[in-house]
Write a protein that binds this ligand. Structure first.
Ligand SMILES: *Cc1c(COP(=O)(O)O)cnc(C)c1O
Length: 396
């Protein structure tokens, strides 16, 4: 394949972005078409995965495709799809896919920070962040933490080089005012990254709220079937993204072509899944509200949730995760055992509902009876009935 053939099949020239999309197209239309090349006679709509460690490369070793750790045409299409969702209509957004969400997160932190720098992390974020913290500190980087709620990270921003936001936070579902934090961070010369895993780009677009990076695990609702690990970084700052790209090359935390292709295929149904799962999550949260044994119920879409006011300003959809606390650990275990339509499993965002007692991992600051439930694509009435029945059965 020579360069111009690659350009033809995969549109790497970059002028094709959102070609053929009517202005103001809705999220469903956008998701179905995201990243796809213009139709070519006798070609499939989504070109199949390209399995290649290296590409034919006579003469000068110029791109786009030289070696499989640097670039792959299947990534190109997926990166374009995610870029169209994270920054619709923008041509300053670059997206890079990774082997997992943690690979994407680490690529930003470790490519942007140097010894002597300070980074602000959420104290209530994803459970692997404490491991990342230890690693950063071992390299001489100062790590400060503050909770997501009430924009508490503002208090520890002075002198920081990078602010890491997770909103809504996982698993506590607190929300911070992203735009406000971005303004404060930028005023101090700090870059801002937002973990957008829980919201998905259909729920929230951090780059439009001013963030420099939107980073996510594609393992969760973006792909939604619980069968692949994937991550991505979408960014607006060319120089910063060049460093992230370089990090991917030197660490080699790359997505397999099959995973990238499956992810792209799954994005076509993103709006269907997100709308269904979010509506069911709200229905479930409302049903849980009336239960005396349930405390600490959180769902940013509930009008009286502490997060709702800010969430409704910066989010267009509130996610598929609901969290609450049952009185004891054994009560919570009985509840999980009694569920029939909800698997006891970690992760979230899949078409099959899952739930777990989050305290079993030991990494999150949550009560022993804390339950995180991820609402799937089952019929909402079936799901709500199953949860209420399991609560009845586990009451004694
Ligand atoms: C799962 C998750 C991650 C890590 O993603 P992996 O794909 O498992 O590496 C990061 N952030 C959040 C909020 C997550 O839920």
């Amino acid at each position: 394949m020579n360069d111009s053939a690659a350009d033809g099949a995969y549109g790497t020239e970059g002028t094709r972005q959102e070609a053929g999309l009517p202005g103001g197209a809705g999220d469903g239309t956008r998701a179905v078409r995201a990243g796809l090349p213009e139709p070519v006679k006798h070609e499939p709509t989504l070109p199949g995965p390209v399995f290649a460690a290296h590409f034919h490369l006579p003469g000068d070793p110029t791109g786009p495709y030289t070696y499989g750790r640097d670039e792959n045409p299947t990534w190109t299409l997926l990166e374009r799809a995610i870029g169209e969702l994270e920054g619709p209509g923008r041509d300053d957004v670059e997206t890079l896919v990774f082997a997992s969400g943690m690979a994407a997160i680490s690529s930003v932190l470790f490519s942007q920070l140097r010894a002597g720098d300070t980074v602000v992390l959420p104290s209530d974020g994803y459970q692997a962040l404490p491991l990342v913290r230890e690693q950063l500190e071992s390299y001489g980087i100062e790590v400060r933490t503050a909770p997501t709620g009430q924009d508490a990270q503002l208090e520890v921003l002075d002198g920081a080089r990078l602010l890491w936001i997770e909103s809504p936070s996982n698993p506590g579902l607190d929300v911070c005012d992203i735009r406000r934090l971005v303004e404060a961070a930028h005023a101090r010369g700090a870059l801002v990254a937002v973990d957008n895993t829980l919201a998905t780009p259909l729920g929230q677009r951090p780059l439009e709220l001013g963030a420099d990076f939107s980073v996510a695990s594609g393992t969760k609702q973006l792909t939604g079937h619980g069968d692949i690990l994937l991550g991505y970084v979408a960014g607006r700052d060319g120089e910063a993204m060049a460093a992230v790209r370089r990090w991917r090359k030197i660490v080699g935390a790359i997505a397999g072509p099959m995973e990238a292709w499956l992810a792209h295929r799954s994005i076509a149904t993103l709006q269907l899944r997100v709308d269904r799962q979010n509506a069911s999550a709200l229905a479930l949260a409302e049903a849980l509200r009336g239960r005396p044994e349930v405390t600490g119920l959180r769902y940013p879409g509930l009008p009286d949730d502490p997060s709702h006011k800010i969430a409704s300003r910066q989010m267009r959809r509130y996610g598929c995760v609901v969290s609450f606390t049952l009185p004891t650990r054994t009560h919570a275990d009985r509840f999980l055992d009694a569920l029939r339509l909800v698997d006891d499993a970690t992760s979230f965002g899949g078409v099959r509902s899952t739930a777990e007692r989050r305290g079993r991992w030991g990494g999150d600051a949550v009560p022993e009876g804390f339950i995180r439930i991820s609402v799937g694509a089952e019929d909402p009435a079936d799901l709500v009935a199953d949860v209420l029945r399991a609560l009845d059965e586990s009451a004694h």
